[in-house]
Design a protein around this ligand. Structure first.
Ligand code: GCO
Length: 413
């Protein structure tokens, strides 16, 4: 009987992490030593500029998060700030991130720190970036420095955000810098990203031991997509099998084999409608159909909203037998009721997975603030908090208030 009642009122575990996620380049502003900074100007994309001026306003932003009952917050350390020139670390910028973490701690908000979130220092890209194996030691050194600086106040770390998405946009589709489209290079980059995680994971654990600190929890944030077939053809079924294996789970399988994850960060937004008519790698892995049926809602970028896909994927992740944190889940929309509906439906989906025994430890909405959505600029509005890009005024959305009730009580009504 008890279980039935708990299920009906949708109660999350007591120590659940509740909050939102951001990344440095998207919110801080003026990350002028990053490769993206140069690239967005060179290609004439909307510039990130001052972004949300979160670099200056982080205290106020964390006050807002605290007021919304968040007990966790995900942020990233901008490599190009901390190491603007190769081998020269800025004490001032390291101190800035120490201050940021302290300011979360003072508010009793658990920080989750990402070490790489899509951007690189200009000097790193000039050396060939992730395509050169000999460059990996640069990233490892940066992680070493940041770990030593923040270790005593940080328990949760994410080494690399969405390696497969970074790989896809930067090294396959050619949408993001360095706009490479060579499959050969992409394979090298993929291996280099995986190798870096393994190396950094080990080093970070060693540093914590050396500093006599409690064992940290180190993971990766993996972007996963649900898949539904346009028809139940064998080809569609085969494509779905391949896409799960290659795009969603290959990296996790690989890192898990090395026992190099203490938790799995899951970033979930949407599903793919799989519509394959021809055999061929491109069609099998990338061919998409469109679902224009009225019951499928879309966000303002046209991505399908598919809440049950989240629990389907969480059930697949159960095989790793590791704690899971939803490191990103969110919607860009100008309709705030749609935002709340999205959060509500996805939380129900997370709860469904919890009830099936998936060890989900937290949910971080993407994002705390409206922010710079990469090549899409500032138009997509993902924030719990609206940002006026003329005055930088923040306005809490109604969806944020509704979400804050769940953060406060752990109950979804
Ligand atoms: C990603 C990133 C974020 C995005 C968010 C919305 O998933 O691509 O982690 O930087 O802004 O996902 O697209």
């Amino acid at each position: 009987m008890g279980d039935g009642i708990i299920e009906a009122m949708i109660k999350f575990p007591n120590d659940f992490l509740w909050g939102a996620a951001t990344s440095a380049y998207q919110v801080e502003g003026n990350n002028s030593n990053a490769d993206w900074w140069v690239w967005e100007k060179a290609v004439g994309k909307e510039n990130s500029g001052d972004a949300c001026r979160h670099y200056e306003f982080y205290e106020q932003d964390f006050d807002l998060a605290k007021g919304l009952h968040h007990n966790a917050h995900r942020l990233s350390v901008e490599w190009s700030r901390v190491e603007p020139e190769e081998g020269k670390f800025s004490q001032k910028e390291l101190q800035h991130y120490c201050d940021v973490i302290q300011s979360l701690r003072r508010r009793k908000i658990e920080p989750l720190v990402t070490l790489h979130h899509f951007t690189n220092p200009i000097w790193f890209s000039k050396k060939g970036g992730w395509a050169k194996k000999e460059n990996l030691s640069c990233f490892v050194r940066f992680c070493d420095v940041v770990t030593r600086a923040l270790a005593k106040d940080v328990h949760y770390w994410i080494t690399i955000n969405e390696p497969t998405i970074y790989l896809f946009h930067s090294y396959l589709s050619g949408t993001w810098p360095p706009q490479s489209t060579s499959r050969w290079i992409a394979k090298i980059v993929y291996d280099n990203l995986a190798t870096s995680h393994l190396e950094v994971y080990r080093r970070m654990h060693d540093i914590y031991k050396e500093l006599n600190l409690l064992r940290p929890s180190i993971g990766i944030a993996q972007h996963v997509q649900a898949m539904t077939p346009s028809t139940n053809s064998l080809l569609n079924q085969f494509a779905i099998y391949l896409r799960h294996k290659i795009c969603n789970f290959n990296l996790l399988d690989r890192l898990n084999k090395h026992k190099a994850m203490d938790f799995i960060g899951i970033n979930y937004y949407s599903r793919q409608m799989v519509d394959v008519k021809k055999i061929g790698l491109f069609d099998l892995l990338l061919k998409m159909g469109k679902d224009n049926s009225p019951e499928i809602q879309k966000n303002s970028l046209g991505w399908d909203i598919y809440p049950k896909g989240l629990s389907q994927l969480l059930l697949k992740v159960k095989k790793y037998n590791l704690p899971v944190i939803i490191a990103e889940n969110g919607i860009c929309t100008l309709n705030d009721e749609q935002r709340w509906d999205f959060i509500d439906q996805h939380l129900k989906s997370v709860h469904h997975a919890l009830a099936q025994g998936v060890d989900v430890r937290g949910y971080l909405y993407w994002s705390l603030l409206d922010n710079f959505e990469w090549h899409q600029g500032f138009a997509p509005r993902f924030g719990l908090i609206d940002v006026d890009y003329k005055t930088y005024a923040r306005a809490i959305r109604k969806s944020a208030i509704k979400f804050s009730e769940v953060c406060k009580t752990g109950v979804l009504v």
